[in-house]
Design a protein around this ligand. Sequence first.
Ligand code: AMP
Ligand code: MG
Length: 499
Amino acid sequence: MNAPESLPPELPSFDNSFAALPPAFYTRLNPTPLPAPYVVGVSDQVAELLGLPAGFVASRQFADIFAGNALLPGSEPLAAVYSGHQFGVWAGQLGDGRAHLLGGLRNAHGHWEIQLKGAGRTPYSRGADGRAVLRSSIREFLCSEAMAGLGVPTTRALCVIGADLPVRRESIETAAVVTRIAPSFVRFGSFEHWASRDRDAEVRQLADYLIDTFRPQCRAATNPYDALLRDVSTRTGELMAHWMAVGFMHGVMNTDNMSILGLTLDYGPFGFMEAFDAGHICNHSDSHGRYTYRNQPHVGQWNLYCLADAFLPLLKSPEISKAAVDETYGDAFAATFERLMCAKLGLRQALPDDEAFIGKTFGFLQQHRPDFTLFFRALSKLPAAVDSENREKTDSPLRDLIVDRSACDAWLDNWRARLAQTPWPDEERQAAMLAVNPKYVLRNWLAEKAIRQAQNKDFSEVGRLLACLRRPYDEQPEYAEYAALPPDWASGLEVSCSS
Ligand code: AMP
Ligand code: MG
């Protein structure tokens, strides 16, 4: 496979930082070509982050390169090895079974590794086909960019390239490749892999690589490895709080899907909370409900304990390793969650009783099951004070979401009493609340609508959704229908691990 002939001269060149690790960490191999590829969607923001010229993005070469049919100059693709716990059970060796790391580049926006997902088999494919289907590639593409728009740490996605190549899942579908970027795709499972084989030197090499490349501040600590584990643990706690605050459910929080950098990674059967139910299972394959909304913070911690075990060769003592998680994760989660929830509720300053009020609010949501996103958006627009005659009308946008109106009024009374403890002019508070309570999230029915059209070769809905989800906190009246509850046809939608 050669570089395409006429690449623009201003394309960035690769520095392949991950490839500086010893060869045991990966296998070099080229993607498998995808016949007659076409562009399904492109994130202009990510193209800009990478410094790709607009002319190149619009060129024929673009589809070829991000389908895996041609290589950018300097790119030496590789697939990385990792292991992991899946659904709480040790799964042994996994690895990039359908991902090719093209290389990394450094620019003014940071260090980005570019990865194709779905570009063919690798030594880690374990008998599977190395492909991804259009449906799951569109979901990963849109959700990566939607999460970035929401301000949640995440890997990003440059584009989806489709092709007519048939791919067998429950039925025959077509192939697609999604290009993801992140500073690093290293996972908890990347450490577990070497620790499970008693390969202490590799555990150390991986930790040193991460510290030197991404967390140089850890090097100054008394124990840099302890500092690294604490960093991962803190960021994971913060990430879980972000997920909970936007109602995001990952669906497959296996340790091989947990990012060492604290990013949302590997979008599969994810979901956004609609009618609130803390026990909601968004992944049809998760029969025991391990990854429900309410379990996510616990699972984050469980996964960190797996990582802490894998750090034993570096930290020598299980107590030290466990303490690195225990002394950071819970506090990072609680502090971030409380900060985000106070902002969602329009509380100008935190008060000691807010934790209890937030807890009561979740109890109220659980009992009355309003749409999570619409609830906080409607709340954002309500005034801090109402007189009793006008109350029904003034509060109707929120009351209409809840069948039991008197329970709603009672909760609103508590909310208003709390607001009064830290007064904040309505206009300022409402603006602040609207800036943290999204109007638009990637509801399953929205993704499904874009997918169905794309399966009929109409990619316009992918582009429209991307444009809308870029600015989830803005009113965008032209996209108002995207803020709606799922229509009847979408009531039985199910998403599974099949992708
Ligand atoms: P996931 O559940 O998507 O995180 O995948 C778990 C593991 O299975 C990862 O190592 C993937 O690379 C691998 N995998 C998933 N689907 C495929 C596929 N179609 N071909 C090859 N490997 C796959
Ligand atoms: Mg995965």
